[in-house]
Each structure stands twice: as C-alpha cells, then as structure tokens.
Ligand binder design. Structure first.
Ligand SMILES: Nc1ncnc2c1ncn2[C@@H]1O[C@H](COP(=O)(O)OP(=O)(O)OP(=O)(O)O)[C@@H](O)[C@H]1O
Ligand SMILES: [Zn+2]
Length: 594
C-alpha cells in the first residue's frame, strides 16, 4: 500500500517536472533560433574571404561559434587544423580563445534538461532504465585492444592478395606519419573495405593494426543507431577522443552502411544523419601528423552516401572478394595448421568442392569437422567428418548442394567470360585483360573479365567498335557453344554497355554515315520529335553486324575458347600471363603475327 502511494506521488511530481522541463526546452529552442544560424563550413569560408566575419570564438569542440559583421551570430564546424587561427587572423577576424560562449551554456543547460528528463524516465520505468544503462555501458566499453595485444598479422590472411597489398601500403603510413607529412602528402584517413560477408575484412583491419603495432578500436555502425537521440553523435565524438589519446591507432567501423546509407531525400533519418555528420566532422578534424586511420567495412559499396566517399574521407575503396580455388586452398591450409587431419583429406580437392565459400565458411567447415571428430574420439579428422560438416555449414542458406547447382551455371559463366577475354585478345590486343574470373564479384553478376583500354585522350571509331565487340563477346560465346535457345540473362550489363556506347557514336560523335554529323541531343532540344526511328534502325543494324563479326572471331578460335573456359572451370581465375600463354604459347614473337 505504502509502495503504491509512493508511486502515485512520484508520478505526479514527474508530470509536473516534465511540464517544467518541456517549457524550458521550448524556451531554449526559441532562444536558440533567435540567436545564431548554422553555417556549413564552406559558406563560413566564403563569408570569411568576403570579410564578413567579425569574431570567432576558438574552442576545442566539434562546433565553434562566431559573429558576423552584421551582428548575426553563427555556428559552424570546427576544422581543428593547426593553422586555422592564423588563417582567421590573416582575414582580419578577431579571435577569442576558450571563451565560454552562450551557445555552449545553452547547450549545457539543454543537455542538463535532457539528463534530468532522461533521469526521470529512468526512474519511472525499469525497462527503460535497463536499456539506457546498457547503452551507456556500451559507450564506455569502447576500449581499444592495446598495441601488442593484436596478434593478427598478414600471415593470418590467406588469398586476397590485392586487398592485402593496398593495406600493406598503409602500414608504413602508420609507422612513419612524419615522413609523409614532411613531403606534404596527405595521409589517407579513411579506407572502405567492401565485399561479401566473411571474406576477411575485419581480419585485414586487425592485421593492419597488428603489423603497424598500434591499438585497435572496433565498433559497428549499428551500435550507433537505435539508441537515444543525440547519443550516436556523442558516441562518435567520444570514440575519436579516446582514439586521439593514442596519436596512432586504427579505428574499425563494421557495417558502416548502418549510419552512412544513401539519403533518398524522402526517408531522411535525422538521427543517423547527425551521427554521420559527427563522423565526417571528426575525420576532417584530424591533424596532418596524426596517425589515425579509420577503416570501414560494408557488404555493399553502392548503398553508401557519396558524402562518405569524397576526398579526405573514405577516399580509398578496396574490394575484398570471395576466394577463388587457389585462395580457398591457402585458407584451408591456414586453418588446418593445428588440426590433426587424416591422410585421406586432400585440401586441394576440398578447395575445388567449396566453390562460393567465404573464408569464414571455410574456417567453420574445418571447425565443425574437428568438433565431430572430437565427439567421436577418433584419432584424426577424416574426410567423413568434413563431408558431414559441409552440410552443416551450408544448411540454412540453401538446402541443396551448392556446388551441384552451380555446375551448369559455372559452365555457362566460364564460356561467357572466356568469350569476353578471347574477343579482347583478338580484336584489341592493346587492351589489358588484368583478370578473368568466374567467382562472382560486385563488378559482375556471374563472373567478370577486367578489360582496360589504353589511357588515351581520344578514341577512334575502330576502337569504339572493338569495345562493343568485347561487350558482345560473352553472349556470342554462349550462343555458339550452347545454342540460341540457351542464351542467358548473364549478358544484361553487356547489352546495356554496348547500347550506351553505340548511341553515343551516333548521337554525339557523328560516326554513322546515315545519321550524319549531328548531335542529336542538341537537335532534340529544338524539336520535340522524340527518339528518331532512324537512330534506332541504325543502332540495330550496326549492332547486328558487330555481333555477327564477334561470333565469327570466336568460331574461328573455338579451340582457344574451349581451352580458356576449361582453364576457368579448373582454376576459376586467370590473369593476363595465363591468357597469353594459352593464346600465344611461349613464343612472344607470335604475338606480333596476330
Ligand atoms: N582470407 C582469409 N584468410 C584467413 N581466414 C579468413 C579469411 N577470410 C575469412 N577468414 C576467417 O573468417 C573469419 C571471419 O572473417 P572476418 O570477420 O574478417 O570477415 P568479414 O569480411 O569482416 O565479415 P563480415 O562482413 O560478416 O563482418 C576470420 O576470423 C577468419 O577465421
Ligand atoms: Zn558479360
């Protein structure tokens, strides 16, 4: 009874207090609006250059306040660069340092209100209390793994050679930031690792910290959302504050997409915007000689807000793809190092059977097998354990055996990619084919073949036509080998690319005799006749002719096409040397004959 009464009183007091608080907040907001405007940093610089800025109050906060000559007060981002004060003085701006400004006081009182308000809420609801304290604990738990405790090095990462190389560059940046500062080089602040789950992104970030011998902070983008308003941005600031104490360190933000998703303009989310802005502000506030590198990871690069990818932010993007057969073999070897494998386990063969497995799945495969063997008390881990574990690992995503479904698809993909590569070699040997693979990547649905034309200012009509033939090479190979009935949707992107190029030839470059030397975009601006049917007819005609020629190239080299496709099925990835070896043999001279 006593307890109930107490609760009632508490509720009444809480209601009255809340009312007071609310009016306080409303008053504060009214005051705030009257007082200062928010200038983005670029506008601030413009105003400064125009001599419109009278005073700036320098503080060590993310935002700083100032006054325009018109009397208007403003708030803007604090760049925290070393020569900021000098720049201000050079522009005749009065600089006042560390002066408590009224907005800070206001913010403090606002935060005070919020805290009291929050406190009441906590008091009134046990549930909320538990939740809040969890969030706060999370916040204070952002401890770094100290330097020396990170045992991960590049030796723990198998495969992923290209990603590893890019990360290796950063080790030197972290070890000797002064060296780069001396030459005025901007040290990369942010790196995005992108690729499918479980491919070793976290591992690479840890290896960077491990190799450079610096502390490692790991957080996840999703830790910053779904928490009380304003806390996300606060957490970012406290994370960076802690990181700065170390001078050199690696901050790893997993699932960056949780706070840096593209804004669609309709479903804006103020809270994640605020958090993202706090992150960007912190990153642009790094001192030149500071060795802090932020590594972010995401499964999808294309969903990220462009603001994140601008220079000075996450301007290095590194793909971390699924491992090919060679890389899978190395990963299996690495993770079986301390496992007693039976002689009947052939890791090379296992690598072939684990198409589309990520590094994490391979690790899990061996781990599950080890658990099974331990349960049965057998001396060693045998192939029978691995076979069983195989289904445990892929269960849940697909009932059927992945490699079995993939078999037919893989063959079509192999011929498709072989088609692209062979046509490139035949019609445009000056292009570089850096990599052909049937392992899916973000660059292409099935597989992809990287074909880089030489760097030139202008391209000739012949080069453009060849580029279209290269795009058509995939579909042409499918048709020749599997018949017209069996062509696939795999050529979707290729057709899009070919059409775009073809239209540009006709509409912009005046490279078709029938449609003439006209720019059709300019023409359409003056008449509203829509797309000219002559253009469509010419496009189709030219495309048909090029497709015929492409098929001819492949038909004349069917053996080569078969060899390349079979090599792809066997090795999954081929590089330029492998291709040249197959096409030109050992005789470099032959190259000139073709
Ligand atoms: N290339 C690799 N070499 C060795 N082990 C790997 C590799 N890739 C993944 N692994 C194993 O898988 C585990 C999980 O990898 P990691 O957490 O780095 O993947 P991730 O790409 O960060 O995944 P997510 O996108 O799900 O966060 C690692 O701890 C390691 O055991
Ligand atoms: Zn293709």
């Amino acid at each position: 009874m006593k307890l109930k009464l107490n609760k009632k009183i508490i509720c009444i007091v809480a209601a009255v207090l809340s009312l007071c608080m609310l009016s306080g907040i409303v008053y504060f907001q009214f005051q705030g609006k009257k007082e200062s405007v928010h200038l983005n940093y670029r506008d601030f610089i413009t105003k400064m250059e125009e001599g419109k800025v009278q005073t700036v109050y320098l503080v060590d906060e993310a935002k700083l306040k100032g006054k325009l000559r018109s009397g208007q007060e403003f708030v803007t981002d604090n760049p925290r660069t070393e020569n900021f004060k000098e720049t201000l003085l050079m522009h005749n701006v009065r600089v006042e340092e560390n002066k408590g400004n009224s907005i800070i006081v206001n913010i403090a009182s606002f935060v005070g209100f919020i805290l009291v308000f929050g406190g009441m809420a906590v008091f009134m609801s046990k549930q909320a209390s538990r939740q809040t304290s969890m969030e706060f604990t999370k916040m204070s738990n952002m401890e770094a793994i100290p330097q020396g405790d990170i045992k991960v090095t590049f030796a723990n990462v198998a495969g992923n050679e290209e990603a590893k190389e890019s990360i290796m560059d950063l080790v030197d940046f972290l070890k000797n930031p002064e060296k780069y500062a001396k030459y005025g080089a901007r040290i990369p602040r942010g790196v995005i690792l992108y690729g499918p789950p479980g491919t070793g992104k976290t591992l690479l970030a840890k290896a960077l910290a491990g190799e450079a011998g610096v502390p490692f902070y790991a957080v996840s983008g999703s830790d910053f959302v779904q928490i009380y308003a304003g806390l996300g941005a606060g957490r970012i600031r406290s994370l960076f504050k802690k990181a700065r104490e170390h001078k050199k360190c690696v901050i790893f933000i997993d699932e960056i997409d949780a706070l840096g998703k593209k804004r669609d303009g309709i479903h804006g989310n103020d809270e994640s915007d605020r958090t993202l802005n706090a992150l960007l502000t912190e990153m642009s506030g790094f001192h030149e000689h500071e060795g802090i590198i932020v590594i972010a990871a995401t499964n999808r690069l294309d969903t990220l807000d462009e603001a994140l990818l601008r220079p000075g932010r996450f301007d290095r993007q590194i793909e971390v793809g699924l491992p090919d057969v060679n890389a899978r073999h190395q990963i299996l070897k690495l993770h079986s190092q301390r496992k007693p494998l039976a002689p009947n386990v052939d890791l090379g063969k296992l690598a072939h059977q684990t198409v589309y497995f990520s590094g994490a799945e391979l690790e899990s495969l061996l781990n599950e097998a080890a658990i099974l063997a331990a349960k049965q008390n057998t001396e060693q881990i045998g192939i029978e354990h691995i076979d069983k574990a195989y289904y445990t690992v892929i269960a849940g995503e697909e009932k059927k055996d992945r490699s079995a479904i993939a078999k037919e698809d893989r063959e079509v993909i192999a011929y498709h990619e072989a088609g692209h590569a062979l046509v490139t070699k035949m019609v445009a040997p000056e292009n570089k084919v850096t990599k052909v693979t049937i392992i899916p990547s973000t660059k292409g649905a099935g597989g992809f073949s990287m074909n880089i034309p030489p760097d030139k200012m202008c391209r000739s009509k012949r080069e453009i036509l060849n580029q279209i033939k290269i795009s058509l090479g995939g579909r042409a190979a499918e048709e020749i080998v599997f018949g017209e009935e069996n062509i696939t949707t795999g050529a979707n992107n290729d057709i899009e690319k070919a059409t775009t190029t073809m239209l540009a030839m006709i509409k912009h470059f005046g490279m078709n005799p029938k449609t003439g030397l006209l720019n059709y975009d300019v023409l359409y601006n003056y008449s509203s006749s829509g797309i000219d049917s002559v253009i469509i007819d010419e496009c189709k005609k030219m495309m048909e002719q090029l497709y015929g020629e492409t098929k001819e190239v492949l038909k004349n080299n069917r053996d080569l096409l078969k060899n390349i496709a079979e090599a792809l099925l066997e090795r999954e990835t081929l590089n330029e040397e492998d291709l040249d070896q197959m096409i030109y043999g050992n005789h470099e001279n032959l190259r000139r004959l073709i």
